[in-house]
Design a protein around this ligand. Structure first.
Ligand code: ATP
Ligand code: MG
Length: 578
C-alpha cells in the first residue's frame, strides 16, 4: 500500500475532547473520526486492525465448535417484554417506533433474539448442545460516552450464546469459552487478568470479566498476592483487617441510656468529626441515602473510613440496577437536615447496615437537625431498627484476601470481555424448552459471552504506546513493515521498494510505503505515530553506501543491512516477533 494512494490523514495536534493516550493516538493516526458523541467512523487502517482481531476471535471460537450467525440490529419490543427487560434495561436501551407505531429497540445485547431463534427450532435433547455467535454492531445510549472506542454508544461486539441440556453441560460450555477468551487475548498480545464480576442486568449467577491492564482503565480490580483470587471491586468481598477483627466492641461504654444531642456547628464531613472528637474515621459511622429505581429512598450506614459499593447494595436488595445517591435537596426533604447532619435515628425508611458497623456500639451519628449530632447511639440498644446487615462497602487495596493468605493489591483494568453462566433465566421466561430423554419438558441451560471488539483494539493501544505514537502488537498491526521512501523519484529506490513489497507480501506480510514528497523528518514522525512493528529507511544515499536502516518501533533499535540482505533480515525479525 502506498501512502499517496491511500486515504490516510495524520494530525499533529491532539483532539480537544480526547483525554487518554489511546484515544488521542487513534485520532492523530487517522484511525477513527467522531461522527457524534460515542459514534465513530473506523478509517481503513482501524478497520484492518479490527478485522485481524475478529479473525483471531473467529479462529478460536470455530476451533471450539462455535458457529457464526448474524442477528438483526433492530428488535421488536414484544421479545423484550417476555423477559421484562424492556423496562428493566432503563434508558440505555434505545427505543423507537416505526411508521405504524410499532415499538422497537436497537440491539444492546441479543439474549432475547437468540432465545427466540432457538426456541423455534429446538425440540428434543438430541438437538443440543450448541454455541452460536455473531460479530455485530451494538447500540447502547450510554450516559457518558467517552475515551473514543472505549465507551461508545455504537460499538462492535462479539457475542456468543451457549445452549445445553443441563447444568453440567452448561458449566463445560462456560469453561470452554473461558479457555477461548484466554487464547484470544493471549494471541492479541495483551497483558490481561480474569476477575470475578457482577452479572449486571444480563442476569445469571456467575460471571467473570477479562480486563486488559492499564492505568486509565475505568474498573478497579483487586488481586491477591498469590494471584489465585481476582475480582472486580464491584463484587470483591470486603473483609475486616486483622487488627480490626481483634478489636472488640466497646462494651464498657455501651451501657448508656438514650442518645444525647450534641451541638456540632460546622462539622459536616467525617474528617471534621474525626478532628473534633479525636476518634479515627473507622470509629465513626456515616449515613448515606440512595434512591432505588422504584423511587424508594433507602439509608445505608458505613464506617467513616469506608465507601459504599452500589453494586453490592443492588445485589443485597435484589434490584435490577445499582441505586443512585440522593441529591442534597432530596436528603434535606427526607430527613429535615442537610447531608452531614443526618443519621438513622427516627427515620421511616429501610436502613441497610454494612457488616463492619454491625460490630460497633455507642457511636455518633447526625441528629437529622442541622448542626447537631447524637452520641451514645446503638442499634444494639434499639435506637433505630436495621432492615438488613450485609457486605455493602468497597473492598480496598490492603484488605485481606477473601480466599486465602495475604492481602489484596489494586490494579486498573479495561473490561474487554465478559462471560456469564445464565442458567435458565431466559429459557424459562421465553419458554425455550426441549423434551428430555425421560420425556420431560425442560428449559435449556444457557450461557452468554461478549467481547468488545473496538474496545479491545483501543485497549491494546492504551497498553502499548510511547510519547511518539502507537506500538502495534504484530497480531493486529494494520501493516507489518513501514517503508520510509526517502527519495521517491529515484528509480533505484523504486525498484528496491517494489521488490521488498512483493517478496514480503508473498510471505504473508503487509508493507506500507510512505512515498509522499515529504522531508525524512516528517516521514519518521508519522511512522512512529502509526506504529507498525518495523520501519525501513530506504533512500538513494543508503543504497549508494549499500546500507539500509531497519528500525524496530518498540525498542527504537536500529540495524543496518545491505539491500541484498534486507528481505531476509526483515523476515527473520517478523518471524521472531510473531
Ligand atoms: P461496561 O461495564 O463497560 O459498561 P458492560 O458490562 O455493560 O460494559 P457487557 O454487557 O458485558 O458490557 O458487554 C460485553 C463487552 O462489550 C464488554 O466486556 C465490553 O468489552 C464491550 N462493551 C460494552 N459496552 C461498551 C461500550 N459502550 N463501548 C465499547 N465496548 C463496550
Ligand atoms: Mg460486562
Amino acid at each position: 500500500m502506498r501512502w499517496s494512494k491511500s486515504y490516510l490523514f495524520t494530525l499533529r495536534e491532539a483532539p480537544a475532547d480526547a483525554e487518554i493516550p489511546s484515544h488521542i493516538l487513534m485520532v492523530r493516526a487517522g484511525l477513527i473520526r467522531k461522527v457524534a458523541a460515542g459514534i465513530y467512523t473506523y478509517g481503513p487502517l482501524a478497520l484492518k486492525a479490527l478485522r485481524k482481531f475478529e479473525q483471531i476471535v473467529r479462529e478460536e471460537l470455530n476451533v471450539r465448535g462455535c458457529q457464526e450467525l448474524l442477528m438483526p440490529m433492530v428488535q421488536p419490543k414484544e421479545l423484550w417484554d417476555e423477559t421484562g427487560r424492556w423496562t428493566e434495561m432503563g434508558e440505555g436501551l434505545q427505543k423507537f417506533k416505526n411508521r405504524n407505531g410499532h415499538e422497537f429497540c436497537l440491539g444492546a445485547t441479543h439474549e432475547e433474539v437468540i432465545t427466540d431463534f432457538v426456541r423455534k427450532d429446538v425440540k428434543s435433547y438430541r438437538d443440543l448442545p450448541f454455541n452460536l455467535y455473531q460479530i455485530q454492531t451494538k447500540y447502547r445510549d450510554e450516559i457518558r460516552p467517552r475515551f473514543g472506542l472505549m465507551r461508545g454508544r455504537e460499538f462492535l461486539m462479539k457475542d456468543a450464546y451457549s445452549f445445553d441440556l443441563d447444568q453440567e453441560g452448561a458449566e463445560r460450555s462456560y469453561q470452554l469459552m473461558r479457555e477461548a477468551y484466554q487464547a484470544i487475548f493471549t494471541r492479541l498480545g495483551a497483558r490481561f487478568v480474569v476477575v470475578a464480576a457482577d452479572s449486571g442486568n444480563i442476569g445469571g449467577n456467575r460471571s467473570e470479566e477479562f480486563h486488559i491492564l492499564a492505568d486509565s482503565g475505568e474498573d478497579q480490580l483487586l488481586v491477591s498476592e498469590d494471584g489465585l483470587f481476582a475480582a472486580n471491586v464491584e463484587v470483591c468481598p470486603a473483609l475486616l483487617k486483622e487488627e480490626n477483627r481483634a478489636a472488640s466492641i466497646d462494651q464498657a461504654s455501651a451501657q448508656g441510656g438514650a442518645p444525647e444531642e450534641l451541638a456540632t456547628p460546622g462539622l459536616k464531613t467525617i474528617a471534621d468529626l474525626a478532628k473534633s472528637t479525636g476518634l479515627a474515621p473507622e470509629q465513626l459511622v456515616k449515613t448515606l441515602f440512595f434512591m432505588t429505581e422504584a423511587q424508594e429512598p433507602i439509608c445505608v450506614l458505613l464506617r467513616g473510613c469506608d465507601e459504599a459499593n452500589p453494586v453490592k447494595i443492588k445485589n443485597a436488595l435484589g434490584l435490577a440496577n445499582p441505586p443512585r445517591l440522593l441529591l442534597d435537596q432530596e436528603v434535606k426533604d427526607l430527613t429535615g437536615a442537610w447531608p452531614g447532619s443526618c443519621g438513622p435515628v427516627g427515620l421511616k425508611i429501610p436502613i441497610y447496615m454494612d457488616q463492619a458497623v454491625e460490630r460497633m456500639d455507642n457511636y455518633m451519628v447526625g441528629a437529622n437537625r442541622d448542626g447537631f449530632h447524637l452520641k451514645g447511639v446503638s442499634h444494639r440498644r434499639g435506637h433505630f431498627k436495621v432492615t438488613q446487615v450485609g457486605d455493602l462497602r468497597l473492598a480496598q487495596e490492603g484488605d485481606p484476601n477473601p480466599q486465602g493468605q495475604g492481602k489484596l493489591k489494586a490494579y486498573r483494568g479495561i473490561e474487554v470481555g465478559h462471560i456469564f453462566y445464565l442458567g435458565s433465566k431466559y429459557s424459562q421466561a421465553m419458554e425455550a424448552q426441549f423434551l428430555g430423554e425421560d420425556g420431560q419438558l425442560k428449559p435449556i441451560e444457557m450461557g452468554c459471552y461478549g467481547i468488545g471488539v473496538g474496545r479491545s483494539i483501543q485497549a491494546v493501544i492504551e497498553q502499548n504506546h510511547d510519547k511518539d505514537g502507537i506500538i502495534w502488537p504484530p497480531s493486529v498491526a494494520p501493516f507489518h513493515v513501514h517503508v520510509c521512501m526517502l527519495d521517491p523519484e529515484d528509480s533505484q529506490v523504486q525498484q528496491w521498494v517494489d521488490t521488498l513489497e512483493k517478496e514480503l507480501f508473498a510471505k504473508g506480510h503487509e508493507v506500507f510505503v510512505d512515498d509522499r514528497a515529504e522531508r525524512p523528518g516528517v516521514k519518521f514522525k508519522d511512522a512512529d505515530l502509526l506504529g507498525f512493528p518495523l520501519r525501513v529507511n530506504l533512500g538513494a544515499r543508503g543504497l549508494g553506501q549499500s546500507e539500509v536502516e531497519i528500525v524496530e518501533r518498540k525498542s527504537k533499535e536500529i540495524v543496518k543491512v545491505s539491500p541484498e540482505n534486507l528481505v531476509e533480515t526483515l523476515l527473520k525479525k517478523l518471524g521472531e516477533s510473531q
